[in-house]
Design a protein around this ligand. Structure first.
Ligand SMILES: *[C@@H]1O[C@H](CO)[C@@H](O)[C@H](O)[C@H]1NC(C)=O
Ligand SMILES: *[C@@H]1O[C@H](CO)[C@@H](O)[C@H](O)[C@H]1NC(C)=O
Ligand SMILES: *[C@@H]1O[C@H](CO)[C@@H](O)[C@H](O)[C@H]1NC(C)=O
Length: 305
């Protein structure tokens, strides 16, 4: 029996799975309600998140909103991580929130069983993580809707996982040049974080920023889980052009790449796979075509479902 199992597992192990690294990671990107069409149940993903992950060697599967729990569970066991993108939906009641909660809870359980499953939140996704971890809406209104800022690294940044592989020169640029795009009206104030036990025990604050009045958390990572959040947008520097404050300097572009590189390297530690190659092909984002929305919209290209 043992030999049989060994034979089966050797036979079916694809070439791309080395002993402890998955060189064909597939990351889910969560869709969200299109604001202009609340009644028609349409949803979208900004293409920049897809390009962000693809640039660092991952493939992408869209995670649709309003699916059945069994569907989400099956998908969770097929992908190697999930990205909760920025956007504008309700973080306490929306299809985005319900799906994010489902994957967040499955990820916590999986990681407890040593099934390493990364969860990444960008902007709205960051705010969603704060809500999921604390169970409360703890955000503060800030004047941060549309500007690029340098990061104010905390002392703990030195021991952070996110920035470990960043070149020293890029870290210096990140802390002195406006390379991180902020496009949010709500933030987690450092004062709020300091007063909340759940958040303090769960997340290490890696960087902060201020709007002049409120100091807020801009980068965080969970102490005991591969769960990460940036209030800023690493994907925009290389892939979004519709706003004058999106920085495109060489260091800005490297910031996009190194952030993606980190997240994808986390996903390579997960070994979930689809049940078959056919299931995998059917799920990939390649089945959908992005449309060019940059002339009128906020995003250069969008997938609309
Ligand atoms: C989000 O939804 C909740 C529950 O329906 C509601 O109370 C809250 O006002 C909404 N928040 C926003 C920002 O619309
Ligand atoms: C950086 O953070 C420190 C404390 O965390 C704060 O005292 C300082 O004012 C911040 N600097 C900027 C430019 O935000
Ligand atoms: C912030 O709020 C202002 C005023 O309501 C709005 O015009 C802007 O689009 C909002 N920004 C973001 C990023 O949600």
């Amino acid at each position: 029996m043992f030999l049989f199992v060994l034979f089966i597992s050797i036979f079916f192990t694809p070439f791309c799975l080395s002993v402890n690294r998955n060189d064909a990671p597939i990351i889910g990107v969560l869709a969200q309600e299109l604001r202009s069409s609340r009644t028609s149940q349409r949803a979208y993903i900004a293409a920049s998140y897809v390009k962000f992950l693809e640039a660092a060697g991952a493939r992408v599967v869209p995670v649709m909103i309003n699916q059945a729990p069994e569907e989400y569970k099956k998908l969770f066991n097929s992908i190697n991580g999930i990205l909760l993108p920025g956007g504008g939906v309700n973080i306490t009641s929306s299809g985005y929130e319900r799906a994010a909660k489902f994957f967040y809870e499955l990820a916590i359980e999986a990681n407890k069983r040593e099934d390493y499953f990364p969860v990444w939140g960008t902007c709205l996704g960051f705010e969603q993580l704060i809500y999921l971890t604390s169970g409360k809406n703890l955000l503060t209104n800030t004047e941060t809707s549309g500007l690029a800022l340098p990061l104010n690294f905390t002392k703990e940044a030195k021991t952070s996982r996110i920035f470990q592989a960043f070149p020293a020169e890029l870290m210096a640029d990140l802390s002195s040049e406006p390379l991180t795009v902020n496009s949010h009206n709500w933030s987690l104030a450092v004062l709020t974080y300091n007063k909340n036990d759940e958040l303090r025990k769960f997340y290490k604050v890696v960087s902060t920023n201020t709007d002049g009045n409120v100091e807020f958390v801009s980068t965080m990572e969970a102490y005991d889980y591969p769960i990460y959040g940036t209030q800023w947008h690493p994907e925009k520097n290389a892939f979004e052009w519709s706003r004058p404050y999106n920085p495109h300097s060489p260091s800005a572009i490297r910031t996009t790449f190194y952030m993606a590189e980190f997240l994808v390297s986390e996903a390579r530690k997960n070994f979930h796979t689809f049940e078959s190659k056919e299931e995998e092909s059917k799920a990939l984002i390649y089945n959908y075509n992005p449309i060019y929305t940059g002339t009128t919209g906020y995003f250069e290209q969008m997938y609309i479902f």
